[in-house]
Design a protein around this ligand. Structure first.
Ligand SMILES: Cc1cc2nc3c(=O)[nH]c(=O)nc-3n(C[C@H](O)[C@H](O)[C@H](O)COP(=O)(O)OP(=O)(O)OC[C@H]3O[C@@H](n4cnc5c(N)ncnc54)[C@H](O)[C@@H]3O)c2cc1C
Length: 298
């Protein structure tokens, strides 16, 4: 399978990239790691006339921490996210998701920006980012806007990204003390596998043993886009964090899920797995919330 022909552009700054996209209107595609775009082009699903490659735009790489915020460049790869100390310590569920994405070869290429913009319901980075309340910063020639990530996703493969817009950064608030996250993925294989179900959880506690001050649960691959489980979150907030509470929340999450039957698994099996994975993600989040406090006291 050969790639269709196209004009290749390699801007060296964000302004140049935005300018090029502005001039080309809808006839251009952005290229980051290429693990989605090039595959779709080879399959003949996409044939953009112009490709704007971001590999030389330094402003879109790297992770910064400033004034209680972490800002992640869209060209940071899954391999980098998985290994970065500041991501592992403050946003462990994101590091876990990155470590479970594809294979080492794919992780070396796949970027966080590409993973978000592709908007696959089963993507590995969206649920962890959503539980940490991530926002996306989008820029085009006319200006800049910031959106909560959960509002960015519209449906499978659909986002609110406008023509000529670039995802420029992903912003996260530094997590409070007594808080922790967890991510669990279920596939049919152990690697190179798109999730059958995935779940991310975040818990923030009033103290080392509770009660739960804030909770977020995001379910992947069981709806047209990654979804918050509001019933599970409501159950958790104000409760004492223990096995019994986590079990009730897991059952609520299974009730909220909207899975479908397909060749990889039945809706019934997926719903059952939401229950199992939610409980596991909550246990991980709680273990980390306790550990974070222990680290702070040291
Ligand atoms: C074998 C294989 C296994 C995979 N396994 C997994 C898996 O386990 N989990 C998973 O979640 N995904 C998986 N994927 C999908 C893919 O690797 C990820 O979605 C990856 O993160 C996409 O990033 P990329 O940099 O390669 O994106 P690209 O292919 O470069 O781009 C993807 C889309 O995003 C757009 N885009 C990229 N960056 C920007 C930006 N900054 N602003 C605006 N638009 C942008 C592009 O125009 C394109 O439409 C797999 C893919 C393959 C081929």
């Amino acid at each position: 399978m050969l790639l269709p022909s196209f004009q290749y552009h390699e801007p060296k700054s964000l302004n140049e990239a935005i300018g090029l996209l502005g001039e080309m209107g809808g006839g251009a595609s952005i290229l980051a790691g290429g693990t989605d775009l090039l595959v779709n082009m080879k399959k003949g699903k996409l044939s953009p006339k112009n490709i704007v490659c971001l590999s030389r735009v330094e402003e879109l790489k790297g992770v910064k921490r400033d004034h209680g915020l972490m800002s992640i460049g869209p060209c940071v790869t899954a391999a980098d996210l998985k290994d970065r100390e500041e991501v592992k310590s403050d946003f462990s569920a994101l590091a876990e998701g990155a470590g479970l994405l594809g294979s080492p070869l794919i992780r070396n290429l796949a970027t966080i920006g590409g993973n978000i913009v592709t908007a696959r319901p089963a993507a590995d980075l969206a649920p962890p980012l959503m539980v940490y309340g991530a926002r996306v910063v989008l820029k085009k020639t006319e200006g800049e806007r910031t959106l909560p990530l959960e509002e960015f996703f519209l449906g499978p493969g659909q986002t609110s990204l406008e023509t000529g817009e670039i995802l420029c950064s992903i912003v996260l608030d530094s997590p409070p003390s007594f808080s922790g996250g967890g991510y669990v993925k279920l596939g049919l294989r152990k690697s190179l596998e798109i999730s059958l179900v995935n779940v991310a959880a975040f818990l923030s506690l009033d103290g080392p043993s509770g009660p739960v001050r804030d909770a977020r649960i995001v379910l992947g691959a069981v709806a047209p886009k990654p979804m918050r489980s509001s019933s599970a979150e409501e159950t958790l907030i104000g409760g004492e964090p223990d096995e019994r509470l986590f079990q009730i929340a897991a059952e609520k999450a299974a009730g909220d899920a909207r899975p479908i039957n397909d060749f990889r698994g039945s809706a019934e099996y997926r719903r059952e797995m939401v229950k199992v994975l939610t409980k596991k993600a909550l246990v991980k989040a709680y273990e980390e919330a306790k550990l974070r406090e222990w680290r702070r006291w040291k």
